[in-house]
Design a protein around this ligand. Structure first.
Ligand code: BG6
Ligand code: GLC
Ligand code: GLC
Length: 924
């Protein structure tokens, strides 16, 4: 379809017949009538071209392209939310410019309950013609006077009133209460207003008037009021269509597509200002001579060409011109005219609407014509009806082409196969003219068949919608405040983070000295990171993260080769009898050996066991307590290697040679250390969180010797279990802790790791829902279900902050009724929770690297941290935030983070390899 050239005219279809400019009409009257009326006919092809052209123009204008000048304006309206229906309060509305020369003031009371609406009180004032063309200040003073006169009937006293200003002309809005008039349209041409902020002009006038204290809080176009005042329906109402004196529409566009806005999230209402479509001449071929004359005689020749074929101000005028033409050529009224028929404004929309209605009898049509000073003959009524129908049908079909362009735009923007949408309609043409809507509806169906559109008349002529915008602005501000207050609990400043770092340092020192501390600082008996000389084949187990793995690790001069198998540990086993858990582990090992052809062999085995263990040697670890959802009985206080050996005996399986038990942090550090000798810290941020690092042996109480280093498993997940994090823990952390299987334990871990973040978010969402801030206050059963909000959702949601598509998909999957405001707020909740987690983690790492630096008396320390864990690896911003926090809190350390690619099993094998080598070297 041609979207660049002008709209074509198909030969023979709607061809311009009579009157060609300057040419006399053919004498045959029926021929003359046919050719006159044919001019108003548009083919489907032409309509489709107009649809495509408008769509193209809309997209051009959205992108902010200045050349070629887009034919429509696409003006953002600073309205980002469609109404909830829960808005409440009293609002004043002042309407200027929608319906001809009248100004309307309304008092709207919103009850907050759908289906229970109070009738607004309103008063209409006629604007004297001279004010519409005089100095702007006079017009605004008149508006302020009308407002006072209206309010005189209300007992308002000194009350401050909030007013929404419906100003229906093309304006550049720069805020909800700031709007610069671009140009007058529709019979207005007051001086000194174009280029000015009309809200300020109104405020000044109200002040000059001085009678009442009225805050002008929002300004909107009539289309926006129409959309916002849409009654409740099944589909979301995201388009407002006005055919009043003029015509225009607005709709909800993705903010990121609106180039003039900085905002890239959520949606925003855009007023299309399609009335100016065709001002570049593109409509030329479909314009009739009557359109050209009408334009020439208007206040704004050359402008608003599309509007002049559709708007109510012009329909009467077009009919008048055709009737006058036919009368002058002797086809109507016996060749006689009347002063009304010959003067501009002589035939009004209401005449046309009534005469065109097929149910209007000829007697009534004749009466109307007589009222216009004409003497219709018997056949004139029928012909006049045909003229009215031709003009109005064309208007409705053109309007449909434009609306179809908007629907297509919405459908593409939302990447939906079929679009279900409600269009709110407003304006006198709809009110007076029932057939207009039916033609419009049919044509839209033809041009946009994949859209399921329902049309809903706006309530109170858009007045209620304006009150809604005013109320929504107030509600959004209130909800934002509540959201901010809630999330403020999660926002940590530099001082707070430095405090966490300092407390961590203190707790580390106490733990190392063997004093009471929430940090256990467990010696691991790992004294060195790998040096590359390790060789051999090893078995490894990896228990305690998301997956349980059995691995075969081949360490050769050429590198490390890993074969592994994942097994699942069902929750009932993780939380059942200990023997059952270790039996399952042995079963998995046997299965693995069999698969790998290793049955019967007794390879040295390294066991990554990611729970706090007190080690007395490399191959002995007493489980102090379970963490992360494990609670298998009769294990705490036992040597884990012993438990494994007993299971081997029970299973009568071959002997396993368990050489080392290793925490996952240690495994990770060793694994990364194989590639980078500077790796002296291991960090896990996955299901749980923890860190280990190389400490000076002399600082470690309870281990013999004071030369060299030893890796310390900090078990920092338990940091704060002595209450030291009290000021940072929120009520949401308390809820998560209380519902866990280890209340009061692992408090730091519960603020950071994957097992808990989703739950924190879920509790915040529940809280915001109960405040009515989210999901319209509806708490679904699913949202109240524990662990329903997975931590991986945070990663997914935050990965797609632009389109918020992910948020919608996830929340809709959870059965949550979602608006785009909700989606944005859920994203902000996730961001606040994951940001705090990353910053706390960063404060911990800062404490560790600073300790190493000070241990070594260095001005500057260069060190690497080996990291593993799904949260750290999958979350889009977590790692960056950790690094940033470390830079801020430990400026004298240059820290590189290395992500472990092979898991900690490789590290466990390397620890085993070192141990084997040392054992071989040991004197017999
Ligand atoms: C794996 C390691 O890669 O990461 C495990 O091999 C570790 O030892 C785990 O426990 C931590 O991450 P998550 O997200 O699985 O708990
Ligand atoms: C004119 C105005 C526009 C308004 C429309 C309907 O086109 O420019 O702002 O929405 O009329 O009243
Ligand atoms: C838990 C465990 C700890 C482990 C961490 C990461 O905090 O207690 O040993 O390192 O999770 O998996």
């Amino acid at each position: 379809m041609d979207s660049k050239g002008s709209v074509e005219l198909q030969p023979g279809e709607g061809a311009p017949g009579c009157p060609q400019e300057g040419l006399p009409c053919p004498p045959d009257s029926s021929e003359l009538v046919r050719e006159c009326l044919n001019q108003f006919q548009l083919t489907e092809r032409q309509l489709r071209q107009i649809q495509a052209r408008i769509l193209g123009s809309m997209e051009l204008a959205l992108r902010g392209e200045a050349s070629p000048v887009p034919a429509v304006r696409m003006l953002p309206a600073y309205v980002g939310s469609i109404p909830h229906g829960t808005e409440q309060g009293d609002f004043l509305v002042l309407e200027l410019g929608a319906t001809g020369a009248s100004l309307r003031v309304l008092w709207v009371t919103l009850t907050g309950m759908e289906g229970c609406q109070m009738e607004p009180r309103s008063q209409e004032f006629l604007i004297p013609q001279e004010l519409m063309l005089g100095p702007g200040q006079q017009l605004f003073d008149f508006a302020a006077r009308c407002l006072s006169e209206f309010l005189d009937a209300f007992p308002v006293g000194n009350r401050r009133l909030q007013l929404g200003f419906s100003f229906s002309f093309p304006c550049h809005q720069t805020g909800l209460d700031r709007s610069i008039l671009i140009s007058w349209t529709k019979g207005f041409r007051c001086s000194g207003v174009e280029g000015q902020d009309v809200v300020q002009l109104l405020r000044d006038a109200i002040k000059r008037q001085g009678a009442y204290s009225v805050d002008v809080v929002a300004v909107v176009n009539d289309t926006v009021g129409t959309m916002m005042g849409c009654g409740p329906g099944s589909a979301p109402c995201e388009v407002g269509l006005v055919v009043d004196t003029g015509t225009n529409a607005c709709y909800m566009e993705e903010a990121r597509h609106v180039a003039v806005l900085d905002e890239d999230r959520g949606r925003v209402c855009v007023s299309i200002e399609w009335g100016s479509f065709g001002d570049d001449g593109v409509l030329g071929p479909v314009l009739t001579t009557f359109d050209r004359i009408l334009d020439q005689e208007s206040l704004n020749p050359g402008a608003q060409r599309f509007e002049k074929m559709i708007g109510g101000l012009y329909l009467g005028e077009l009919v008048r011109q055709v009737l006058a033409h036919l009368a002058q050529h002797g086809v109507l009224f016996g060749g006689r005219t009347s002063p009304a028929l010959l003067s501009q404004g002589g035939v009004l929309l209401e005449h046309v609407a009534e005469m065109e209605d097929p149910s209007t009898g000829t007697a009534r049509v004749r009466a109307i014509l007589q009222g216009l000073g004409l003497s219709p003959g018997a056949e004139d009524a029928e012909l006049v009806q045909r003229v009215c129908a031709a003009v109005c049908t064309r208007a409705a079909r053109l309007c449909a082409a434009a609306l179809a362009a908007v629907l297509t735009r919405l459908q593409h923007g939302r990447e939906q196969q079929t679009l279900q949408i409600a269009v709110a309609t407003g304006g006198q043409v709809f009110e007076r003219h029932p057939r207009f809507l039916s033609v419009l509806r049919e044509t839209v169906k033809l041009l946009a068949p994949e859209c399921d559109v329902s049309f809903t008349p706006s309530v109170d002529g858009g007045g209620r919608g304006v009150a809604m915008v005013t109320a929504v602005a107030a509600r959004v501000a209130a909800h934002r405040r509540m959201l901010e207050e809630t999330l403020a609990l999660f926002r940590l400043n530099h001082e707070q983070l430095a405090q966490v770092q300092a407390q961590m340092r203190e707790a580390m020192a106490q733990g190392l000295r063997g004093e009471a501390s929430s940090l256990r600082m467990l010696p691991t008996y790992v004294r060195a990171t790998p040096d590359g000389s390790e060789r051999g084949d090893f078995l490894a187990l990896d228990l305690g993260g998301t997956n349980f793995r059995v691995l075969l690790v081949r360490v050769a001069a050429s590198g490390v080769q890993i074969t592994s198998e994942i097994y699942s540990i069902p929750e009932h086993v993780a939380q059942g009898p200990g023997e059952q858990l270790f039996d399952l582990i042995v079963d998995c090992i046997l299965n693995f050996q069999q698969k790998q052809g290793l049955s019967g062999q007794s390879l040295p085995l390294g066991f990554t066991f990611s729970f706090p263990c007190r080690q007395v040697g490399l191959d002995q670890g007493i489980l102090l307590n379970w963490t992360k959802g494990f609670s298998a009985s009769d294990c705490e206080g036992q040597d884990v290697v012993g438990l494994l050996r007993q299971a081997i005996v029970r299973k009568q399986a071959v002997k396993l040679n368990v050489v080392a038990i290793v925490n996952d942090t240690v495994g990770t550090m060793m694994s990364c250390g194989y590639e980078d000798p500077r790796c002296e810290v291991g960090l896990i941020v996955g299901t749980g969180t923890n860190a280990c690092y190389m400490e000076e042996l002399q600082n470690v109480a309870g281990v013999a010797g004071d030369v060299g280093l030893m890796c310390i498993n900090m078990e920092w997940g338990a940091f704060g279990d002595d209450g030291s994090l009290g000021t940072l823990t929120t009520c949401f952390d308390e809820l998560v802790d209380q519902a866990s299987i280890n209340p009061g334990k692992q408090r730091f871990e519960k603020m950071i790791s994957g097992m808990y973040l989703g739950e924190i978010v879920r509790h915040i969402l529940l809280h915001l829902t109960s405040l009515g801030v989210l999901f319209r206050g509806q708490k679904t059963q699913r949202l109240q279900t524990r662990d329903i909000f997975k931590t991986k959702f945070l990663s997914e949601i935050e990965s797609d902050s632009l389109a918020l598509r992910q948020v919608r998909a996830i929340l809709e999957d959870l059965g949550l009724p979602l608006t785009s405001d909700d989606a944005l707020m859920v994203l902000e909740v996730c961001q606040a929770v994951s940001q705090r987690a990353a910053q706390l983690c960063g404060a911990g790492v800062a404490a560790v690297v600073e300790k190493i630096r000070e241990n070594r008396g260095l001005d500057k320390l260069t060190v690497s941290v080996g990291v593993d864990g799904t949260l750290y690896k999958l979350h889009p911003h977590f790692s960056g935030l950790v690094a940033a926090t470390v830079r801020e809190l430990a400026p004298r350390c240059v820290v590189t983070f290395l992500q472990s690619e092979d898991g900690s099993g490789k590290g466990a094998a390397l620890v085993t390899a070192v141990a084997c080598r040392l054992a071989q070297q040991a004197p017999v």
